[in-house]
Structure formats: C-alpha cells, structure tokens
Design a protein around this ligand. Structure first.
Ligand code: TRP
Ligand code: ZN
Length: 502
C-alpha cells in the first residue's frame, strides 16, 4: 500500500467504505457450478464447506426423509448469494442464525440469499430444513436413491448427495461428517465412519455416525434397512463394521465370505499403498437389485449380485484400494477419473499376482491380446474419456495397462515407491492426471510424458513396438504369446465390471 501518496481525506473515505460491507459493488453471486467441464452444474462457487452435520429421520414405509442440515463453511469471495445442490423440498434456510431467502433453479440448485451480504473470509453457519421422498427426485433423468423392501440407499457416482442432503456436490470440496439418522425400531441406519452411539425412544432408534477425515459428498452414504451387523478391530486398532441385509437369500454366504476379508485386504493394501487414511473399515450389502459396487468412504457399498457366482474378494480389493486412490486422493475434475479407476483395477491385478492367479503382466498381456486394433476400446482415452465414457471398461483395463507400462518402464523399486508415495503426497486432497505424470517423473528421474501419452491419450491401439519396448525393458520376450491363456483371476475380476453392463 502506498499510503503516503493519499491525502488524509481520501484515506478517511476509503476506510469508511471498507467498514461498510454492504457497499454492494464488490459483492456478487457464487457460481452455480464449481467449474467441472464434464458436469457444469456440479458443486458451486464462492464458498468452501468444512463440516456437515445431518440430523435426519427416515420412514421406510412412505420413503419420507425429513431433516436439518447444518453446514460450517467459509466465504471465499464477497458473496451476495450462493447455491447448494439439493433435490428435496426446503422449508427454511438460515445463514449465521438469520432467516435467508431461498429459491429453486434447475433440477438441483438451491439459491440462498442471506439477510446481509457475506464478506470474503467470513465463517458461515448454514442451516437448511428440508423434507421429501428421495425416490421421487430425478436429476438429469436419473435417480441415485434405491428403495429396498425394508428401506432405502444413497450410493451413486458421480452424484448421490442431492437425494439426501444439501451440499457443495463436487470432490473439490471435501468436509468431515456427523450423520445422525432416526429410523423405526428394528431398522438400522448405516453411514460412513464410526458408529458413535445409538439410542431408542418411542419406537424410533437413532444412529450417530462420524466420518472425521475430509470426504467428498458423493462418498457419503446412507442405507436404511434391516441388517445383520458384524464388528471387529484390525491389528492396528481400526474399528471394522460390516452390514448385511437380512434379505440376501442365496447371496448371503458369498457376500460374507468376501466382505469379512476386508481386514485382511486392508492390511495387504497398507503394505502396497501405505497407512490406511481413515477412521474405520467395513462394507455393506443392502437388498438392492443393482449390480455395481461403490467406494463409499470407509464403508464401500456392494450389490448382492456381486456375489451371485460365489465369493469375490477381488471386488473388495477394488473398493478398498479406492480408499487411497479416489477417496483420500480424489479427482480434481471428473476427467481425471483414471487416478481412481486405473489404480483400483491395477490393485486387483496385484492381488491376483500375490494370490498366484496370474501376474499383472499376464493380465496386461491378456487385455492387449484380446482387444483387436479395431475394438472401440482403443478409441477411449483413459486420461480424458469424456462424460459419456467416464466409466467405460477402457478407463479400467486400458487404464491398468498404462500402470503396467509405467512399471515396466521404471522398474519395480521406483514403481512401488510411486504407488506408496502418491497417496501420501496428495492425502485428503485432489489431483489431476498431469500431477501423477509429474510425480512419477520426479520419483523415477526420467521423462514419462510420451509413455503416458501413448497409453492414456492416443485414440488407437499402441503399436506392438511401444508395448514391446516396455516388455524388453523388463527382460521379457518382445511380444506376448499370440493367444495368451486366460489368467485364473480373470473371471472374478471381470465380474466386478457390472457397472459397464448398463
Ligand atoms: N466407481 C465404481 C467402482 O469402480 C463404479 C461406478 C462407476 C459406479 N459409476 C458408477 C457405481 C455409478 C455406482 C454408480 O468401484
Ligand atoms: Zn472403481
């Protein structure tokens, strides 16, 4: 500041202006989206949430969800108004204790105008009272809420929060969560983290959950139903809690035979990726009819159908690997999905290698050999697949091929140092594909841009020489057998692909 150039009168006038925050000019609305090129309406601009406190009540018979959400946030610009993402009906909004005006825009925008404008840096307490039937909410023609015979479940990607709580719905704005849900006696409410307490009164039981590390809104989950719950502790003292619908029928045994191995899988993954990043471990299987699994934080969601052909530990490996790759280190924008799925898939290959059911190289060779050059698989760019191909099988399998190509290029020592170093460097944050390339180059001490361009961005099957070079670098024969045998783990890994069937 060059104060000495100001005459005293001007200085005084400037001071007065600063003291009156309502000097409207600098206050502007927060953006209705956070700026994600694939999903322009996702998230919002102008503020940052640090904590969600959700106090809810859910009646399975009617699908009525009622609640109050309290958000702790900070204004990141001078705000005249701001948006939250929510599909349910709102009855009241308060900002820092004072009633605020609100309006709906589009399918998911709740536009909040506080009684007085909010200065950049100000702490905000935002209270939203709301109610509605989540199964009736459609956003972009789709619903993230699944009703079950005994309750309901919120678990979807890339969005599910708007069906059950108001949020800044994008992985770029992570926060801690306290989720308290009251359900009729005999039902349970399952959510993320640690079950702090539960109590019953007048026919309703309240479950209080805490997830105490930064969590993206789509990784928050709620399942109401009738569950069998198992609890345990890992060797390192983490609480384990798994929940199985009492209604899993023939899939019950296989579901338990898979998910009860979460402790063992977590310990193995700690050896590969480093310390587990969160306060709890587990998984849950509601009686839904879908086929997918999802890496909801600390407590992945599994559809019963994942276990229709018997136990599948590979899907548990995939979802738990996401706790490091996807949940602790999250995408910057959704185009960066490879930093999640390429590595979650590769972790299944590593598990196969460890179990003696086919090495990662054998699985890579098998993918390469079974996808002819004219297969549209090779047109998908795992490094920027586009919103319609975000979860294409190529993001997973070609994405894992890219990881194997890196391993062959830099050797096992540097490779496993990268696998462990990345979740540490970007813990609880967000990262881009280009951040990974830079990080790998730094650890390996050599340029890797060309390798990643070949495997992540070229819309064609990498020529045999590119594949061969990476094999030769590893002391393998230049080309894999023309028709490699299917690795033993292949079928179980493929069964985790159900998301791609739709
Ligand atoms: N991320 C999930 C997994 O690979 C899969 C997934 C992709 C998904 N899109 C989804 C799950 C939509 C549920 C809904 O583990
Ligand atoms: Zn995944």
């Amino acid at each position: 500041m060059h104060r000495r150039h100001l005459v005293p009168g001007v200085l005084a006038a400037a001071t007065v202006l600063l003291a009156i925050p309502a000097s409207a000019a600098s206050f502007s609305p927060g953006a209705p989206g956070i700026g994600d090129p694939y999903y322009p309406a996702s998230g919002n601009g102008g503020y940052d949430v640090s904590h969600y406190d959700l106090r809810l009540k859910y009646q399975p018979k009617t699908d009525l969800l009622e609640g109050t959400a309290t958000l702790n946030a900070t204004a990141k610009q001078d705000l005249s108004r701001f948006n939250l993402d929510l599909g349910l009906a709102v009855s009241e909004v308060r900002v820092n204790g004072r009633l605020a005006k609100f309006a709906r825009e589009g399918e998911q925008e709740l536009v909040i105008t506080p009684a007085t404008p909010l200065q950049k840096g100000k702490s905000l307490s935002i209270v939203v009272r709301y109610a509605g039937k989540p199964s009736e909410v459609r956003i972009g023609g789709y619903t993230a809420w699944a009703r079950t015979p005994d309750g309901g479940v919120a678990a979807q990607e890339p969005e599910s929060a708007a069906w059950w709580f108001p949020s800044n719905d994008h992985p770029l704005d992570k926060a801690t969560y306290d989720v308290s849900v009251s359900v009729p006696d005999g039902h349970q409410a399952i959510s993320n983290g640690v079950l702090q307490s539960q109590s019953s009164k007048l026919g309703w039981t309240r479950f209080n959950w805490r997830s105490n590390k930064p969590q993206a809104p789509y990784l928050a989950t709620l399942a109401v139903g009738k569950f069998d719950i198992t609890t345990d502790k890992t060797a390192s003292g983490l609480p384990v809690l798994n929940a199985y619908s009492k209604d899993l029928g023939d899939n019950d045994g296989a579901a338990r035979a898979s998910i009860e191995r979460s402790t063992e899988v977590t310990e193995w993954l700690e050896g590969v990726f480093g310390p587990y990043p969160f306060n709890a471990v587990g998984g849950y299987v509601p009686n839904v009819t879908s086929g997918f699994a999802l890496e909801t934080q600390t407590r992945p969601f599994y559809s019963p159908r994942q276990f229709a052909n018997g136990a599948n530990v590979s899907v548990v490996v995939h979802e738990l690997a996401h706790q490091w790759y996807g949940d602790s280190v999250s995408v910057h924008h959704w185009k960066d999905i490879w930093v999640n799925e390429g590595f979650a898939r590769y972790s299944q290959w590593l598990w196969s290698e460890k179990e003696g059911e086919g090495t990662a190289q054998e699985l890579a060779d098998y993918v390469y050999a079974t996808r002819p050059a004219e297969d549209p698989f090779w047109q998908v760019k795992p490094g920027d697949p586009g919103p319609d191909k975000q979860f294409d099988i190529a993001v997973y399998d070609r994405g894992a091929l890219a990881v194997q190509a890196l391993r062959n290029e830099v050797g096992d020592d540097a490779f496993f140092e990268i696998l462990k170093g990345w979740p540490k460097k970007y813990a609880y944050g967000n990262a881009k594909v280009s951040d990974f390339v830079k990080y790998a180059e730094k650890v390996a001490g050599k340029p890797l841009a060309e390798l990643f361009d070949t495997w992540l961005y070229e819309p064609s099957k990498p020529a045999a020489p590119a594949a061969a070079e990476s094999r030769i670098a590893r002391g393998l024969s230049a080309s894999p057998a023309a028709k490699p045998v299917q690795p033993k783990s292949w079928k179980k890994i493929a069964e985790t692909n159900t998301i791609h069937d739709h």
